[in-house]
Design a protein around this ligand. Structure first.
Ligand code: PAF
Length: 293
């Protein structure tokens, strides 16, 4: 059974009691509309800790498009039902005002004094395409960490830059331990995402080409190609075979030295990141080439 609280104060009080008993807490922050990718994180949190805790909060601070925020699915009861199958001890939700009781201005924006810098990993790509997004993510993740005080928090590798932002944030605030878990994919290779539900059957087949493109880059890397532009072109070539894609970016980065700008020349390590639109749905994916899949 999964306990469910619809207020931050209740969740905080319950968590205080669990910590007082010395229980180890694994935490998975989410925005709900849960799928197998989230449940995978929750199962791992449950395996590695005494309690797996999940937050379900559609955070307005990280949406740069109010229409996207309004349309985001809110399915708390269904989410709790799914979480019970994955070993989640407690799930909670709340309101922006409950998370930030003294920090919001009249327009519901965080006061400047309470903003949490997202760090260098927020520069470029998602940070450039979605202004304010990582500032909103950093603010809520920081507050969620403060609320739950987890020993370990679990994030998916699919949101590559977010995971780097959170790792930096956790380092600067002195915890918690952050575990970044591999992307869960459909048999076709399509990365699981709440947004996939908005794709037709044909579009899902098309979207699987994103992974094929990333794998083409992997094949080039494995064959010894190290030039950033050549690697990028090998991915682009596959994506361009699907005219329905509206590509936002195909980027190669050295994961040990994040830069807003595209690197040129030989890479020692490489992660490839893709963002594109398909039938009005924005999809992102990435693949680290220099590490085993
Ligand atoms: O990845 C998400 O679902 C969100 O960005 C997160 C980490 C829960 C913060 O709102």
């Amino acid at each position: 059974m999964t306990l469910a609280f619809e207020s931050v104060a209740e969740a905080r009080a319950w968590l205080y009691e669990q910590r007082a008993c010395g229980l180890r807490i694994g935490f998975v922050p989410t925005m709900g509309a849960l799928h197998e990718g989230h449940l995978d994180l929750v199962r791992r949190a449950a395996r590695e800790n005494d309690l797996a805790i999940v937050s379900v909060f559609v955070n307005p601070l990280q949406f740069n498009d109010p229409k996207d925020y309004a349309a985001y699915p809110r399915t708390f009861a269904e989410d709790v039902r799914l979480l019970a199958t994955a070993g989640c001890a407690m799930a909670f939700t709340g309101t922006l005002a409950q998370f930030f009781p003294h920090e919001l201005d009249a327009a519901g924006k965080l006061n400047a004094a309470h903003q949490v810098p997202p760090g260098a990993a927020a520069l470029g790509l998602e940070g450039a395409m979605r202004p304010g997004h990582f500032e909103g993510v950093a603010a809520i993740v920081d507050r969620l960490f403060e609320t739950v005080l987890p020993d370990t928090a679990y994030f998916g590798a699919k949101d590559y830059q977010q995971a780097q932002v959170v790792l930096g944030l956790a380092r600067r605030r002195g915890g918690p331990r952050v575990v970044v878990c591999p992307t869960v994919r459909e048999a076709s290779g399509l990365a699981l995402s709440s947004r996939n539900a908005r794709l037709s059957v044909e579009d899902r087949q098309r979207a699987a080409q994103i992974y094929q493109a990333l794998r083409a880059g992997q094949a080039a890397w494995d064959a010894g190609v190290r030039d950033a532009d050549a690697l990028r072109s090998s991915v682009l070539l596959v994506l361009q075979r699907t005219p329905e894609f509206r590509i936002e970016y195909v980027a190669v980065r050295d994961p040990s030295r994040w830069t807003a700008e595209e690197p040129h020349g030989a890479m020692q390590q490489a992660v490839c990141l893709v963002a594109l639109w398909l039938s009005g749905v924005r999809l992102i994916d990435n693949l680290r080439w220099d590490a085993p899949a």
